[in-house]
Ligand binder design. Structure first.
Ligand code: T3P
Length: 118
């Protein structure tokens, strides 16, 4: 069974890109997410960094919210947002590349949710 951490990595980690276009989102959203659920996830961010760098964010002091951690460094991100239309595949996305701090939720020092740019 997939752990919450493995799910986070599947949905949100793409080390070997620094940002990409709409077609990147179409392909990654299909391969990493939508093929599992047979739905078009509305918004999903991919973080372009090593697994260790993202995991290290869990070591920062939590924000007011107990399990929430804000990174001390900025990350290259690609946010994929569903274009209008159907809610089952094939799904079409718009890509937005940014560099930002991130806020993630952690359990046992491992990322389990992406909460947004910080
Ligand atoms: P998950 O919990 O599976 O990581 O907030 C609901 C979902 O939308 C959540 O999925 C994270 C995802 N999301 C992004 O990936 N990027 C964003 O910028 C926002 C706002 C949400």
């Amino acid at each position: 069974n997939e752990t919450a951490y493995k799910k986070f990595l599947r949905q949100h980690l793409d080390t070997n890109h620094s940002g990409d276009d709409d077609q990147y989102c179409d392909e990654m959203m299909e391969k990493r997410i939508n093929n599992v659920t047979n739905r078009c996830k509305i918004v999903n961010t991919f973080i372009h960094a090593t697994e260790q760098k993202v995991k290290n964010v869990c070591k920062t002091k939590p924000t007011e919210n107990t399990n929430e951690h804000k990174s001390t460094e900025e990350f290259a991100l690609t946010k994929c947002t569903l274009q209008g239309g159907g809610d089952s595949p094939p799904c079409r996305y718009r890509a937005k590349n940014t560099t930002s701090f991130i806020i993630i939720a952690c359990q046992n020092n491992e990322p389990v949710h992406f909460d947004g740019p910080g």
